[in-house]
Structures are given as structure tokens and as C-alpha cells.
Ligand binder design. Structure first.
Ligand SMILES: Nc1ncnc2c1ncn2[C@@H]1O[C@H](COP(=O)(O)OP(=O)(O)OP(=O)(O)O)[C@@H](O)[C@H]1O
Ligand SMILES: [Mg+2]
Length: 486
């Protein structure tokens, strides 16, 4: 199907207000007076109209004229409305986004209308047509199409440039994340976003909000790890005056601030268990109560949650209530650590250099290959945030007109990462005298795996062996164990 005018206008980003003028509506009806009446009515509302006297003519016109909406009668000569609908639905993508079909039914033929909906009709209307209802249906169909097109535009932009919102990445891992975000953004389901610190969890939450119908409403993020336990509940739900010592005034909570929008509960595992239980109730009943208040308030907030530890482990260790976990984990977006999608690093660096040039009024011109090599060789325990900080520092140090080079990295950058792992993890291994080299090696490998959260790529890097060697060793251990058992 050729791109309709409507879409071209939208893709060019031209004035939305005039969009309605270009929305094309094809009307199919065999009764001439009714046809003329509908055409007059619909063009009177600012749509461009075209008419057809039977299903066959309508089918031909959809091919040549490519309307956004088809309003069709059911009983018509040559090809009836159902036949037309079936033919339109034949295309690869079916009907939904490309064309909205509104079916006109005679009194008492509700069953036919239902069948039409099953075939993918957008809506139906009983005859004689109620103009107010028709107007509403056409407006809704237009709006739905607009949203579908906006999403399609975002998708195309992303396919071309590897960017979704502020997220950069065209690796397989990131493309999968982008697809997930697009799929889940328009709905109201909770999403649990997991990943190491600095992997972009908050950015994902913002992107989910920006790609949702809530985008014009507030996005509120509350970091449960940054608020004293005793205050979290009041922060989230608000309180009445005198609800507790120190509650000198009535205060709105995050649920009220985010009304109609999105609320990100960051570090959800740090939320006290009692507050988690209350949150679960809000998710289930869409009602909440300020601390100290009698009345409950309705809420229409989409809840997103983030945490940088493994949620199942958090449940096991009692940091996250299992019931809340199941409710939040309807969708899970697991952000990969940067070291697992290093092919995204060069485009990320480019974006960050541009951003920092803007922020600091600099004119740094790109990145020298030697610098890029150093960046690619590093394992980035702090992920995108660490990369961003590194680039910011380098841009400030770099003279205008020159590219970033390795000299703009902090001294000791990337040196001795195993020492850093030790420092971060604080663990060491003890090997008894008399152990074999094989035993010591095995202990070191298993403990390093543990310290990296079973991340084989990172463990291999730290151990200074190839991933393949590590895999072989692990296979050996499994084999040994099986032999011991049998
Ligand atoms: N894919 C990406 N492309 C570009 N920038 C990114 C990307 N991911 C993250 N960033 C940047 O990295 C920084 C950290 O991201 P963000 O705050 O979303 O991480 P986080 O996972 O929420 O971290 P934490 O667990 O510490 O809260 C931000 O400045 C963000 O803009
Ligand atoms: Mg965060």
C-alpha cells in the first residue's frame, strides 16, 4: 500500500492542527440519498470525502485513493460490506493501524456488526446514522491513527539512528530493549526495570512515559534509597496535618503529584515492607489514602519500579515482598551492563561528546582512535553513567577544535581492574597449603564468577583468560561433579 498523504504530512512534522483536513474518508453506500447525505455531513466536519455505490467500487477506490477511514454499509450489490472488510483485512498487517473501517448496520443486525468487529472493523453504527455518534467515531479513529503513526515515526527514527528518546544503542541487546519499550509504553501495566547501577534504568522509565499517552502529564521519580524509612510512606502517599509528629501541614504525596502521569519508584527494594503492602493495594484497587486521612482517593497513575539488584534474590532475602514482586513484574526490562554491549559505546560516546560540547560551550571535535581503543578495553563497572562522567571530564580538559585523546583520561584509567573488583567486593580467597594448582584455580574461577554475579565475560576478563577457556574449565567442573555423583 502506498504511503497516504496523511502520513507524509505527519512524517514531515507539519502542523498537526490542520491534519484533520487531510484525513480521507471513503463512504460506501448503495442508497444514493443516504450516500449524498453522509458525504455532505462528513465533509462538513473538515474531512476529505470520496464515495462508492457498492463494495467493489469501494475496494477499487481504497487501492487508488488510500483513505484513512472507510465508512461502509453492509448490504450492497456486487460486493457487500463484509466482503469489502475481508478483502481489506487480507493485507499482511491486517486492518488495524492502516485503515479504520466503520460499519453501518441496519436495525437488528447486531450479530453482523459483531462479526465485522471480529474481522477488524474499528467500530459500527446503527442506521439511521446518529450524526453526533458518527462524528465522535471519526474523531476517535483519526486520533487512534495519529497515535499509531507517531509510534511508527518513532520506530523509523530509531531504526535509522539507533536512538529511542535519550537512549542510544543499536546492538542486538539494545534493539530488543527498544522493542520492549515500544510494546509496553502505551499500556498501563506496571514495569519492573532492573539492571546494574548506571545502566539507564531511569532513562528507560522516562522513555516509557514519553512514548505513552500520559506524556503530557507529570513524570515523578522517587528514590526510596535516598529517603529515611520513616518518611517514605508520607513521601509516596502524602499526609494530613498532624498525622505524625512533625506533620505540621497537609502534604501531597507522589501519587497526587503524578496524577494522570507516571510514577517511578526507584530502588523499590529499599521501601519498608509495610509501605510495600500499601503500594500493592494501590496497584490492585487504584485507591490510596494519605497518612492520617479517613477518605481514600482514586488514582490514575502508572507505576514503574526500578532496582539494581536481582529481584528474585531481593525476594529471597526479604527486601521485596513476593506479592508486590509478582504484581510489578508483569513486564521486566532488564538493562544489560555496558560491558555486554560495547558495540554501542562509540555511538554513545559521540552523543555524549555533542551533549557535553553544548553543556560546557565547547567545540571538541570527536574522539581519537587511540582514545576509543582505551574506552573499548575498559569494563565499565559504573556503566553508562561512568562513561558519561568520563566523557564530561575529557571534554572539559580537551582544547577546542581537537579530538578527545587518551591524555584526557584520568591517570590510572582502566589499570588493575581486578584490584578494583576486590575493593568493591571486599572478598578474597584462602587456599590451604597442600592444595593442588588445579584446586586453587577452580576456587579462584568460581569465586570470581560469584563476585561478578555469574557474568562469564567479565570474570574471564578479570582472570585474564579467554571466554572459551573459562567455558571449558566450567564444563570440566560439571563433568567432575557428574562423575562424583555416579
Ligand atoms: N543507552 C544510553 N545511551 C545514552 N546515555 C545513557 C544510556 N543509558 C544511560 N545513559 C546515561 O547514563 C546515566 C545514568 O543513567 P540512569 O540514571 O538512567 O541509570 P540508572 O540505571 O537509573 O542508575 P542507578 O541504578 O545508579 O540509579 C544518565 O546520564 C543517562 O543519561
Ligand atoms: Mg536510577
Amino acid at each position: 500500500m502506498a504511503a497516504p498523504d496523511y502520513e507524509k504530512v505527519s512524517l514531515l512534522g507539519e502542523q498537526k492542527a490542520s491534519m484533520q483536513n487531510v484525513v480521507k474518508v471513503l463512504i460506501a453506500e448503495d442508497e444514493p440519498n443516504a450516500l449524498a447525505g453522509l458525504a455532505e455531513l462528513i465533509s462538513g466536519w473538515g474531512y476529505r470525502t470520496e464515495t462508492a455505490r457498492d463494495g467493489m467500487e469501494a475496494w477499487e477506490k481504497t487501492q487508488a485513493w488510500d483513505p484513512a477511514i472507510v465508512v461502509t454499509d453492509l448490504k450492497m450489490p456486487r460486493m457487500d460490506g463484509m466482503g469489502l472488510l475481508a478483502k481489506l483485512a487480507e493485507g499482511a498487517e491486517g486492518l488495524s493501524a492502516n485503515m479504520a473501517v466503520v460499519v453501518l448496520t441496519a436495525m437488528g443486525s447486531i450479530q453482523l456488526a459483531v462479526d465485522a468487529m471480529k474481522l477488524g472493523a474499528y467500530d459500527f453504527l446503527q442506521k439511521p446514522v446518529d450524526p453526533t455518534r458518527l462524528k465522535t467515531i471519526l474523531a476517535n479513529a483519526t486520533k487512534q491513527r495519529e497515535t499509531a503513526i507517531e509510534l511508527e515515526v518513532a520506530r523509523r527514527r530509531l531504526r535509522e539512528s539507533g536512538v529511542l528518546g535519550a537512549l542510544v544503542g543499536s546492538s542486538r541487546a539494545m534493539r530488543e530493549i527498544f522493542t520492549l519499550i515500544e510494546q509496553v509504553a502505551p499500556s498501563n501495566v506496571p514495569v519492573l526495570i532492573t539492571g546494574e547501577s548506571g545502566t539507564g534504568k531511569e532513562l528507560v522509565a522516562r522513555t516509557l512515559h514519553d512514548l505513552s499517552p500520559r506524556k503530557a502529564r507529570p513524570f515523578v521519580a522517587v528514590n526510596c534509597a535516598a529517603i529515611p524509612e520513616t518518611l517514605i510512606e508520607s513521601e509516596v502517599f502524602g499526609h494530613e496535618k498532624g498525622a505524625f509528629t512533625g506533620a505540621v501541614e497537609r502534604r501531597a504525596g507522589c501519587f497526587e503529584l503524578a496524577a494522570g502521569g507516571t510514577l517511578l519508584l526507584d530502588e523499590i527494594g529499599e521501601m519498608p515492607s509495610g509501605t510495600q503492602a500499601k503500594l500493592l493495594r494501590v496497584l490492585e484497587e487504584r485507591k490510596f489514602r494519605r497518612l492520617g486521612a479517613r477518605a481514600e482517593m482514586d488514582t490514575d497513575v502508572r507505576v514503574l519500579a526500578a532496582m539494581n539488584r536481582d529481584p528474585q534474590r531481593a525476594v529471597k532475602e526479604g527486601h521485596l515482598r513476593p506479592d508486590l514482586y509478582y504484581r510489578l513484574n508483569v513486564f521486566n526490562i532488564a538493562m544489560p551492563p555496558l560491558r555486554e554491549h560495547l558495540d554501542d559505546l562509540p555511538p554513545m560516546v559521540e552523543t555524549m561528546v555533542n551533549e557535553m560540547n553544548q553543556k560546557h560551550g565547547r567545540k571538541v571535535s570527536g574522539v581519537a582512535p587511540s582514545m576509543l581503543d582505551r574506552l573499548m578495553a575498559y569494563t565499565w563497572p559504573g556503566n553508562a553513567r561512568e562513561l558519561r562522567n568520563t566523557i564530561e571530564r575529557a571534554v572539559i580538559l580537551c582544547p577546542d577544535g581537537a579530538p578527545l585523546d587518551a591524555g584526557h583520561l584520568p591517570s590510572g584509567f582502566g589499570k588493575d581492574q581486578s584490584a578494583m573488583l576486590q575493593a568493591a567486593d571486599g572478598s578474597s580467597i584462602t587456599v590451604r597449603v597442600g592444595a593442588t594448582v588445579d584446586e586453587a584455580e577452580r576456587l579462584l574461577i568460581l569465586r570470581t564468577l560469584e563476585a561478578t554475579g555469574q557474568n562469564k565475560t567479565r570474570a574471564a576478563e578479570i582472570l585474564g583468560v579467554s571466554l572459551k577457556t573459562l567455558h571449558n574449565k566450567l564444563k570440566e567442573y560439571v563433568r567432575d561433579q557428574q562423575e562424583v555423583r555416579s
